[in-house]
Design a protein around this ligand. Structure first.
Ligand code: GLU
Length: 315
């Protein structure tokens, strides 16, 4: 069997919070417990929101917590660069393959137009693309391009249902055409979309196992379709339950007390890891632990599938 390659793929737009941390811990445990390697890729496609200083801090935070990686970030490695902001030429190569397949078209809809359209909304709040620019003639497109630069969308078949087995959540099926619609590959400002970048990167970096937040479960069918069109090998996916505050609210970056900056002033790395592992079902008590201590007992079966509510007073 080929070696497991997992990854940390953070978007450092601020300090890590408990949700990111749980994701990195599980990605690390899942890969290391299978004797695998870990890649660190900095997902700073939105370079303005993710200054390099945050990426550097993130590396320090991971190291402080005892979550190590084999290649990537400032460490470099055979698949460099590991910063998405420096990989646009690579994304462009794959984007051009899709253009050659004839499945990319310009979309001139503004955000306001998309939201105003009576299009249904997906469960994650995104608008299902109503297809307004799908069938523009070359002349109509040229005219519209004089007013605003277009985003570029992937044309999906009229009916497209994708299924896969999530390593943690089990079988997932999505009617991609109805639940999502043609999606953006390249933004109007020229930046390649996350959906394309993540597929190209995971494939080229040899990632075999993607562990990430459950909020990205609904993106996976889009990514699987891109793997298919680009003839790239798809990894296995493990999506995590959401981590909720003790009162059931979704944790967000606005919860300053859940940010690593704040946690570091109160707890040792072993206390943070141990408590998080307890919340995620990996320890029966919130005892201090370093990531390596959790390896022998690690199993995905112990991690809940439903949202995890942090016990009151744990952090
Ligand atoms: N960069 C994304 C995040 O930080 C994760 C994307 C992924 O794991 O595919 O939420």
């Amino acid at each position: 069997m080929s070696q497991v390659v997992g990854r940390f793929a953070p978007s450092p737009s601020g300090r890590m919070h408990l949700g990111n941390l749980l994701c990195c811990l599980l990605a690390w445990l899942s890969a290391r417990s299978a004797g695998g390697r870990v890649v660190l890729r900095i997902e700073d496609l939105d370079a303005m929101r993710c200054p390099r200083a945050y990426a550097d801090l993130l590396e320090q935070d991971l190291t402080w917590l005892g979550l190590d990686w084999d290649e990537g970030g400032s460490k470099g490695g055979p698949h460099r660069p590991y910063y998405q902001s420096e990989r646009s030429d690579i994304y462009n190569t794959y984007y051009q393959r899709l253009v050659k397949l004839g499945v990319v078209y310009p979309c001139f809809c503004s955000r306001g137009q998309l939201h105003a359209a009576s299009a249904p909304h997906r469960s994650d709040g995104q608008v299902v693309y109503p297809g307004a620019c799908r069938d523009l003639t070359a002349q109509q497109a040229a005219q519209a391009a004089r007013r605003r630069p277009p985003a570029w969308r992937l044309r999906l078949p009229d009916s497209l249902t994708l299924s896969f087995i999530d390593g943690h959540m089990g079988p997932v099926t999505q009617d991609l055409a109805a639940d999502c619609g043609d999606f953006v590959l390249r933004r109007a400002d020229g930046v390649f979309a996350y959906q394309l970048a993540v597929v190209v990167d995971d494939a080229l970096m040899g990632v075999t196992q993607v562990v990430r937040g459950g909020d990205l479960l609904s993106s996976t069918p889009r990514q699987l379709w891109l793997y298919r069109l680009l003839d790239l090998p798809a990894p296995e996916f493990y999506h995590l339950p959401l981590l909720l505050a003790p009162d059931g609210r979704r944790l967000s970056k606005r919860d300053g007390d859940q940010s690593l900056e704040h946690l570091q002033s109160r707890y040792s790395p072993q206390q943070i890891i141990g408590r998080l592992a307890y919340a995620a079902g990996l320890q029966s008590a919130p005892d201090p632990a370093c990531p390596a201590d959790l390896l022998p007992g690690f199993s995905w079966d112990k991690v809940p599938r439903q949202d995890i509510r942090l016990p009151e007073g744990l952090f």
